[in-house]
Design a protein around this ligand. Sequence first.
Ligand SMILES: Cc1ncc(COP(=O)(O)O)c(C=O)c1O
Length: 466
Amino acid sequence: MNRLKEDLNYLEEILEQAKLTGIDFLAQLEKLSTSPLAGEVKPSKDLPEGGGALDALQLFKAYYQQLITASSGPRYWGFVTGGSTPAALMGDWLCSVFDQNPQSVSLNGDISAHIEHETIKLMRRLFNLPDSFNGSFVSGATLSNFTGLAVARQWAGEQLQHNIAADGMLPGIKVLSANPHSSVLKSLAMLGFGRNQLVQVKSKPNTESIDLDDLESLLAMYQDSPIILSASAGTVNTSDFDDLLAITQLKKQYKFWLHIDAAFGGFAACTPKYAGLLKGWEVADSITIDGHKWMNVPYDSAIAFVRHEHQNLQIQTFQNSNAPYLGNPATNFSFASTVPENSRRLRALPAWFSLIAYGREGFKEIAENSIQLAQQFGDFIAQSENFELLVPVKLNTVCFTLKHKKEQVDLYLDTLNKLGKVYLTPTVYGGQRCIRAAFVNWRTSEKDLEIAEEAMQQAYNTCFKA
Ligand SMILES: Cc1ncc(COP(=O)(O)O)c(C=O)c1O
């Protein structure tokens, strides 16, 4: 206990050391390896007597710090991995300092819940989404897809006069999608639909976007069942968008719940040139947006938008029915009744800081920079002797392969990633194992393209010309 009291006395020094550690890391970010280093990972000490926070920091530095990769840096193009803007970082640090658990404005005047509502409002403005969407922060797009699809499931039950959240799952609900992100399938598994029960809609030739004729015939075929359509606004390989406007036309004729996974593609709304890709999304029933991707706020952050008119279904799904201390979920709006988690950190704060600090113009700049760099990188691939572009660059991802060594993608990636200059991940497109790069980090610049392209050539020579 003395240690704790002592640490409280040294709080300023402790925070100062944390700050210096952070500054040091961020100053090195562009030079740090993008891949795990081949170093010895020391096993943790046995649970010690406890030497206080500064002692823990020293130990952390000795054990782990030098092995931390630059996954938040400008040349980590694997998965869809964003970084942190300075303002987001500030908000995130303060989020831990304040250590709030946003729940309900009406129940206890909770200012942190108010901040979350305000941040959601600002996000709606950024995306030009109408106020008819409620939003709640969750830990990532996986949980956001889960939340949207959970409310969809409740809606589907209602179509059959059955309260699924109260009384259990029903068979016969049809979930349709063309190229869902793996997290949609994971959500179907968690929600009791079963991941193998997805009704696969065809894709338009040479794209990952939905074939509207096939969709319409499936909608017509299943009209006697409740239907949930999980549409994509930005697929991971090719950044394809389902034709949302056409889908909303189908919504006039056929009854279905429209969920849109716009985890990163939603940020197309920030650029006048690409905002049209999202036309129609304002009539969706639920939308997924990630914060820790193109928004560049630290992990973990995403928003689950659900139309206000479905609030009762959302509350039925997520309410705590035996916790009087949480108030009446029907009369006191509480985030504990809108998402899977009851307790959550004030995730809205990093997003709020970033939105206020950079505004519409800042997010336009981030999106346009990524798109421009993706296009430049795509040009490099298209003109290269060694690589082949598999699809034209449509937004911020580049999907390509080795022109003459298609079977050697894994060997090549392994060699490239070990150089630590740029990080790329494999994928499968059109049944073919290939490579993709995703541009979302606000710090990425043309200089990074040069460094990456040089490393790619070096790895190529090592693999195939030695
Ligand atoms: C389109 C899409 N949806 C969902 C996800 C899952 O996101 P998260 O890892 O934040 O849960 C991703 C992640 O890459 C994605 O690209």
